[in-house]
Design a binder for this molecule. Structure first.
Ligand SMILES: NC(=O)c1ccc[n+]([C@@H]2O[C@H](COP(=O)([O-])OP(=O)(O)OC[C@H]3O[C@@H](n4cnc5c(N)ncnc54)[C@H](O)[C@@H]3O)[C@@H](O)[C@H]2O)c1
Length: 238
């Protein structure tokens, strides 16, 4: 497949390596201040673009790729206030977009187990629940997109929690998310239910960025030739 990479940083480089291992051709890479490349024949020849940039630049990158009719697979977090525009571009203008707050298979298994556990824990009101996430010091957004997805999975089932809240719980109906930034940590997420007598804990600890990058390339292979707004629920069998 012909693949373009938008955002040529840590994830962009990891994705390039995996694309090559899987026999794909990288036709174009676009990093900051290289926006003119969206107009190039190389970019337009891509069957899909994989986008991992920054919260501030993601939306504009999607617009530029859509203008060239190139489908986008994106893992950039922190831009979701603008999700309606992207959904509209898919529904009204026939564009293709795949988004995941986390592309790792292991994290998506954690998402599924988190929902299952939340469903059980709704009945056990003696437990308080909170989320912890730790990432490297370069991360721009907090809480992580993954922590927000975990929080949504809990809020869907645990009726005593009404909304997530960063760093501190003011009321019992706040679902607290603690964000820590440390060294070069690729990403650790923990869900903790605590009662007076015990703790139930679920953790995903990424050993490197490889799992995220592999998931994004598998999603790109899945996305090519499809239409609409897609996500991991379309790709995974659970
Ligand atoms: N969904 C997932 O599975 C997942 C996994 C890891 C990281 N992420 C997210 O992906 C994003 C990138 O992470 P990273 O670790 O590669 O960061 P990074 O800082 O190493 O790389 C980002 C790159 O984007 C470039 N960039 C900035 N503005 C741009 C623009 N306007 N156009 C094109 N490129 C631009 C930067 O110069 C940089 O090279 C972050 O939002 C991060 O939270 C998501």
């Amino acid at each position: 497949m012909n693949i373009a990479i938008i955002g040529y940083g840590k994830m962009g480089h990891e994705i390039e390596k995996i694309c090559r291992e899987r026999g794909h051709t990288i036709v174009c890479t676009i990093d900051m201040n290289e926006e003119d490349k969206f107009e190039s024949d190389e970019f337009k020849s891509a069957q899909v673009a994989i986008e991992f940039s920054s919260p501030d630049s993601a939306l504009n990158n999607y617009r530029r790729a859509f203008a060239a009719n190139v489908p986008v697979v994106s893992g950039t977090t922190g831009w979701l206030d603008n999700i309606d525009e992207v959904k509209q571009a898919c529904e009204r203008d026939g564009q293709t977009f795949f988004y995941a707050s986390n592309f790792s298979l292991g994290v998506n298994i954690l998402f599924a187990v988190n929902k299952y556990l939340a469903n059980i824990m709704n009945d056990f009101t003696e437990y308080n629940v909170h989320i912890e996430e730790t990432h490297h010091i370069h991360k721009l957004d907090a809480p992580s997109g993954t922590a927000i997805t975990i929080a949504e999975g809990i809020l869907d089932s645990v009726e005593r929690k009404k909304h997530w809240k960063l760093d501190k719980q003011d009321n019992n109906d706040d679902l607290q998310i603690n964000s820590y930034r440390k060294d070069e940590v690729p990403g650790i997420h923990t869900i903790k239910y605590e009662s007076e007598v015990d703790t139930i804990e679920l953790t995903h600890d990424a050993k490197s960025r490889k799992g995220f990058a592999l998931g994004a390339v598998v999603a790109a292979e899945f996305t090519a030739g499809k239409k609409g707004f897609l996500g991991m629920e379309d790709l995974l069998p659970f």
